[in-house]
Design a protein around this ligand. Structure first.
Ligand SMILES: *[C@@H]1O[C@H](CO)[C@@H](O)[C@H](O)[C@H]1NC(C)=O
Length: 260
């Protein structure tokens, strides 16, 4: 009897964990308004910048950011959002990726990765914004959507390829990879330098099946190396677009103070 009621409780809390698109859309609008106005009183629980512990009021969000384009993902299963923000006309120019986790309307955790004209691998916000403006990203018709599991699996395959070059990640031709000033096409998986033991750790996923897109935050080359935010747009079970924001942290984790 007791076990039965516990089972029911678990089911109930799982059901409650789901969010609607309209709730998440409203939450997105609130976050983006805070980005544009700066220094907002948005109540944020845990907050990190390039995987270093910080606060929403002290970091890049403390000042108004000039936003030129945004792609948002809404994850109704995990009550999370992701926002890829082009701010190449800001001073300093930046490309920003933010994963936000909600419990009801409350922001329990926000993680922001940003590159600028000064920091980030191949970083060049103006070039990135120009490349991204060429993309076509429509919602995927319901009958053609890939499952959450498949979208995640393809992202995992991509990162596993860094330690196993034999892995072939399914992709369209053309598919396009954008990393700062670099645009790689028509094979967005070409040029991945595989080496045994290369670690892509602590992967955190925000998945939007309607947009066929997953955001993954992870340590590139292992904890304390490079703070990494990748997004993958998948159509018909194959990669179409890959974006990366990568910021070496100089092994700061090892020196203490930085968390992921
Ligand atoms: C590498 O990937 C190939 C292709 O998926 C697989 O057959 C092989 O078992 C993998 N090797 C290791 C060491 O995981």
């Amino acid at each position: 009897m007791l076990l039965q009621s516990l089972g029911l409780l678990v089911l109930t809390s799982k059901a409650l964990a789901q969010c609607s698109r309209s709730q998440l859309q409203q939450a997105s609008d609130e976050y983006l308004a805070a980005v544009k106005s700066g220094g907002s009183a948005l109540d944020v629980g845990i907050y990190t910048e390039n995987f270093a512990s910080s606060t929403f009021k002290e970091g890049i969000h403390s000042k108004a950011i000039k936003v030129s384009a945004v792609h948002s993902l809404l994850d109704t299963t995990d009550c999370a959002t992701f926002h890829e923000i082009m701010a190449h006309q800001n001073s300093p120019p930046m490309v920003i990726g933010t994963q936000i986790h909600y419990s009801g309307a409350k922001i329990t955790k926000m993680e922001t990765i940003y590159s600028s004209d000064k920091i980030g691998t191949f970083s060049n916000p103006a070039k990135t914004a120009g490349y991204i403006a060429d993309e076509v990203r429509n919602p995927i018709p319901e009958a053609k959507r890939d499952t959450r599991a498949l979208i995640k699996e393809i992202a995992d395959q991509y990162f596993d390829k860094f330690s196993n070059g034999s892995i072939q990640v399914p992709h369209h031709t053309p598919c396009v990879r954008i990393e700062g000033s670099m645009r790689v096409q028509p094979d967005c998986t070409s040029g991945i330098m595989s080496a045994p033991g290369r670690k892509m750790t602590n992967r955190r996923f925000v998945i939007d099946e309607e947009m066929g897109t997953v955001s993954v935050f992870l340590w590139f080359n292992g904890e304390g190396a490079t703070a990494d935010g990748h997004t993958f747009r998948i159509e018909d079970g194959k990669l179409r677009y890959v974006h990366a924001i990568m910021v070496p942290t100089g092994g700061a984790k090892a020196k203490g103070g930085r968390g992921g």
